[in-house]
Ligand binder design. Structure first.
Ligand code: 4NP
Length: 161
């Protein structure tokens, strides 16, 4: 059975759809597409159905990531669908935690910062929505770092199972 990973931010138009595509490409590059599935969602549904923010699409495309995800709001059902849920900041964490059907399901929630290796003093992935172009590059740097380490963690877990 596939291990399913859900990335979550607020609007599901900047950080989490970028994380989803970065992770998808890493999974493919590591020949793990038959064992790991990725998706993303937001805690706020105001952008449901929309493509990612144009600024993020452009910044991501420069690195070879084609963002075509359509925004959707996370639901309680996602806890039954996904094995690992990775949030971007503490506000996302609180919102997702409140949705968890039980304490046991809440154990599936991680913060992206748990997987940072080259950003040891950053405690969350900042929301780039109200920031300039630099904000998007920083977010992509953090997501590339976190996703690479998350994938290594999952692959190690798979070989231990
Ligand atoms: P994201 O960024 O959570 O990284 O997708 C945001 C996008 C939209 C809004 C907030 C954050 N918004 O309030 O509309």
């Amino acid at each position: 059975m596939k291990h399913k990973v859900l990335f979550v931010c607020l609007g599901n138009i900047c950080r989490s759809p970028a994380a989803e595509e970065i992770m998808r490409q890493l999974v493919i590059a590591n020949d793990a597409a038959d064992s790991i599935y990725v998706d993303s969602a937001g805690t706020y549904g105001g952008h449901a159905g929309e493509l990612p923010d144009a600024r993020m699409r452009i910044a991501a495309a420069r690195r070879g990531y084609n963002l075509v995800h359509r925004s959707r709001r996370i639901t309680e059902n996602d806890f039954f669908e996904f094995d690992t849920i990775v949030v971007m900041d503490d506000m996302n964490y609180e919102a997702v935690h409140r949705l968890a059907p039980s304490r046991e399901y809440a154990n599936r929630i991680y913060r992206m910062r748990d997987f940072f290796t080259v950003f040891p003093d950053r405690t969350y992935v900042p929301d780039p929505y109200y920031e300039g172009a630099d904000g998007f590059e920083t977010v992509l740097d953090m997501l590339e770092d976190g996703c690479a380490n998350l994938l290594n963690t999952l692959l190690q877990k798979r070989s231990a199972d």
